[in-house]
Ligand binder design. Structure first.
Ligand code: GLV
Ligand code: MN
Ligand code: MN
Length: 412
């Protein structure tokens, strides 16, 4: 079967999707359930309906577009990714897996392929942690990793809870119905940009993911004492921001201390209250991201950060509360999918290499309920979560070809 990718159509859809943004181009900001995210969802549903895919949206907003196979009693093969984007991001993270998945389905149809298993395209809700502090909200719930009860406790930065936000987005279903049983899918495969430099450096067009690193996130709230920036003398201060600054430095040290290049830790959020130049900060809230491909080493970093918090508490006479947002295990890709990917690359004459994903993805959670794998395509200079994120059209095309071929293999 000939797989012909309609690249100009796919690129124009990526461009249109990027226009649903709260930041001026080339930046993309699309936070889950913002008006831009809702408009993007409407656009996607229209595209899915144009190819007569059967649509379903669950209570947390995960969207499913199904091409029914000749034997609908068999577990479907699934693909997909996310379309929410972190503040000031680019246009390819997640979207290549969603629109590329759609183009893979269209290409298979054009080629006259008729799947035995249904092929389902998924758009996951809130892979990015921007709004609720926790990543992969939709796939976490699908896989049963986040219970409906715990999901109901989630609040955004304005204190609005998840269910209230879902109702405003006209999602009125029961969160109890989101979870899918193990075995619901025969396999799941996600196409994504690498978000790192290896493929580009090695000049290899496709990466076959063997494992996904273990992510964790902490929220650290520091309460000190506010006051007048002129009147309170330095020895009398309990400045919450300075305590936060010491903790942020300890986060960096925790990652460096492992002496492993696979250990990374980032303080990406620091909110200071009351936020006036002439007021001493009374409260600071940090959000900290910690990852490693080795679970014990990742947990070691979390421990080091906790003990640094204790030291800072005593030294600066502040109160520190640590909330663990998530601490996930790494995922291993399934041989069913990695072998299918290897075979498809070989059949298409596309060079590939095995690699670890240091970023997390919805695949991390899909792997809990289905044989899962991912394929990566290069992105320029390894840049992601930045407006200058870029994937070359030819690389996107090759990724879609491989994805289509793998879906066909797995759905036969
Ligand atoms: C996903 O966006 C991640 O932060 O790895
Ligand atoms: Mn991302
Ligand atoms: Mn992503």
């Amino acid at each position: 079967m000939q797989i012909t990718v309609d690249l100009s159509r796919l690129l124009s859809e990526l461009e249109t999707l990027a226009s649903f943004s709260d930041a001026p181009a080339p930046a993309v900001t699309r936070v889950v359930f913002s008006s831009q995210d809702l408009a993007a969802r409407t656009y996607l549903r229209k595209l899915f309906s144009e190819v007569a895919l059967e649509l379903r949206t669950d209570a947390v907003g995960n969207t499913f577009a199904r091409w029914t196979g000749s034997d609908p009693s068999l577990a479907p093969v699934a693909t997909g990714s996310h379309t929410d984007a972190v503040p000031h991001a680019g246009r390819y993270d997640g979207t290549v897996g969603v629109l590329g998945g759609l183009e893979a389905i269209r290409a298979l149809r054009r080629g006259g392929f008729r799947p035995r298993r249904s092929i389902e395209l998924l758009v996951f809700t809130s892979e990015e942690p921007t709004r609720f502090g926790i990543g992969c909200l939709g796939s976490r719930m699908l896989s049963g990793t986040l219970s409906p009860e715990d999901a109901r406790l989630l609040k955004d930065g304005e204190g609005k809870n998840l269910e209230e936000i879902l109702r405003q987005a006209a999602l009125n279903g029961s969160l109890e119905n989101v979870r899918l049983a193990k075995g619901y899918y025969h396999a799941f495969v996600e196409l994504h940009i690498e978000q790192g430099p290896l493929l580009e450096c090695k000049g290899i067009p496709v990466g076959i993911v063997t494992a996904i690193a273990a992510p964790a996130a902490l929220r650290v709230t520091i309460e000190g004492a506010g006051g007048h920036a002129g009147a309170v003398l330095m020895p009398d201060r309990r400045d919450a921001f300075l305590a936060a600054a010491e903790i942020a430095l300890a986060v960096e040290s925790a990652a460096k201390a492992t002496r492993s290049a696979d250990s990374v830790a980032t303080t990406g959020v620091c909110n200071v209250f009351p936020g006036a130049v002439n007021s001493i900060p009374s409260r600071a809230v940090l959000e900290i991201d910690v990852r490693d491909i080795d679970l014990a080493r990742r947990d070691g970093m979390l421990g080091a950060i906790r003990s640094a918090c204790q030291t800072v508490t005593a030294k600066r006479q502040v109160r520190v509360q640590i909330d663990l947002i998530n601490a996930d295990a790494p995922a291993q890709a399934s041989p069913l999918v990695t072998e299918a990917l290897t075979q498809s690359c070989r059949a298409l004459g596309i060079e590939s290499m095995p690699m670890v994903s240091r970023a997390y993805h919805d695949s991390l959670f899909l792997s809990r309920i289905a044989p899962t794998g991912m394929l990566f395509i290069p992105c320029r200079n390894g840049v992601s979560h930045r407006p200058d994120e870029y994937a070359a059209p030819e690389d996107i095309k090759r990724g879609v070809q491989v994805l289509a071929s793998v879906l066909a293999q797995l759905a036969q």
